[in-house]
Design a protein around this ligand. Structure first.
Ligand code: HEM
Length: 401
């Protein structure tokens, strides 16, 4: 099959539902292929790694927005122009290193008791709702609520505000699905609402700092040497929120679906023969919550394919994770595999800043869920979200009694 046809199939509902046979077909065409539009699609594990670790491959930044007349009228682009995800060196390094200072390993590890408590509370609700054998919706009742509560807790968003937050954050997360202009008004409205909220919260934390990420970031920003402006700080808070929760929601949903389809995979976590972190790592590889990211090329040759400064380079993380040159039997879920190392958090300068937090959430959630509900099973057909970049479920009905 022609690579362009395969890539076009990826954009169809069937391709989005199950991209893996298409990835397998692409692997047979090479590590990277140029398709009809001129874009280069990178499929091989090593080639993806090379692109992400090479600073000459740049992310789309404001200079790309500048080609769209009137982009400043879109709040999400104004904020997005400051997101570290959309910045190149040296601005990227400056802002990322400041954010990383408030995002320490200690702070993340210190979140464990709070994550455990939040997970247990959600499991209590599921136990009540499912006690009589009725079906419970895992995506809504757990996979969605845990990460959004965790990210709110980390930033320092009070519990009473979180309920109102979730739908807004979800609207904003639609920005990751590249091509749907119809969603732009809702995305902009969400961006405006979140920014207004963070601006007000920052005012409160400035007056009375607490032990949270927002207070830490404000202290860095207020140190007076102009290293982090208020706008940069506030805009990147909205990024943390959107980057941090739907991705982790999908990790939880994709992992549970693997267990429902293959109960021994869950038994192994329950009886401890597979550690929770090893299980999470294999879920990330097997069914990556983020399937792709992209870069702008430069004059070079990538796995025998010429690339120029005008080439959009799309790295298929989900395909790299199934590269037969890198992983033995890539289509087999095997949490004990020795050849781990998924590309699901990216690589290089933009490597996911929340990877440790997401791993922690998964490692806390799966054993608790499985031990609490030894009889957990599917209670109907799951429905996938019809999305290409973020891969996950809309609904995953389960029975727990
Ligand atoms: C399973 C969950 C997650 C997955 C699969 C994931 C995936 C990714 C990937 C692939 C990138 C790199 C994108 C690129 O190179 O273009 C990234 C970047 C990022 N992620 Fe995550 N992420 C997850 C959870 C989180 C969490 C929990 C947070 C925040 C608390 C977060 C915040 C970010 C930020 C801020 C960036 C941008 C980093 C930069 O550009 O320097 N992510 N993530």
């Amino acid at each position: 099959m022609d690579p362009t046809e395969i890539v076009n199939s990826l954009a169809t509902p069937e391709g989005r539902a199950d991209p893996y046979p298409l990835y397998a077909a692409l692997h047979e065409t090479g590590e990277a292929v140029q398709i009809g539009s001129g874009d280069v699609i990178v499929i091989g594990y090593d080639a993806i790694n090379a692109v992400l670790r090479d600073p000459e491959f740049r992310v789309s930044d404001q200079s790309v927005f500048d080609r769209m007349p009137g982009w400043q009228a879109n709040a999400v682009l104004v904020q997005g122009a400051d997101w570290i995800l959309n910045l190149n060196a040296p601005r990227h390094s400056r802002i990322r290193s400041l954010i990383a200072r408030a995002f320490t390993a200690r702070r993340i590890a210190g979140m464990r008791p709070a994550i455990e408590a939040m997970a247990d509370k959600l499991l209590d609700t599921i136990a009540d709702a499912g006690a009589d054998g009725s079906s419970v919706e895992f995506m809504h009742d757990f996979a969605y609520l845990l990460p959004v509560n965790v990210i709110c807790e980390l930033i320092g968003i009070p519990e009473r505000d979180r309920e109102a937050f979730r739908p807004v954050a979800r609207d904003l997360a639609a920005v990751f699905e590249l091509h749907d202009a119809a969603t732009l008004p809702a995305i902009n409205a969400a961006a405006i609402e979140l920014l207004a909220y963070f601006t007000a919260l920052a005012r409160q934390r400035r007056a009375a700092p607490r032990d949270d990420l927002l207070s830490d970031l404000l202290a860095i920003s207020d140190s007076g040497d102009g290293r982090l402006s208020d706008a940069e700080l506030l805009h990147n808070l909205t990024l943390l929120l959107v980057a941090g929760f739907e991705t982790t929601t999908n990790l939880l949903g994709n992992g549970l679906q693997i267990i429902l389809a293959d109960p021994p995979a869950g038994d192994a976590v329950r009886d401890g023969s597979v550690s929770a972190p090893a299980f999470v790592e294999e879920v990330l590889r097997f069914d990556s919550p983020v399937q792709l990211t992209s870069r702008i090329g430069y004059d070079t040759v990538l796995a025998d394919v010429p690339v120029s400064a005008h080439t959009e380079v799309i790295t298929l993380l989900g395909a790299g994770n199934r590269d037969p040159r890198r992983f033995a039997s890539p289509g087999r879920f095997d949490a004990l595999r020795a050849d781990g190392g998924p590309l699901s958090f990216g690589g290089g300068a933009h490597f996911c800043i929340g990877a440790a937090l997401a791993r922690l959430e998964g490692s806390v959630a799966f054993p608790r869920l499985l031990n609490r509900f030894p009889k957990i099973s599917a209670a109907g057909e799951p429905t996938r979200r019809d999305t290409l970049v973020l891969r996950g479920f809309d609904e995953l009905p389960i029975a727990v009694a």
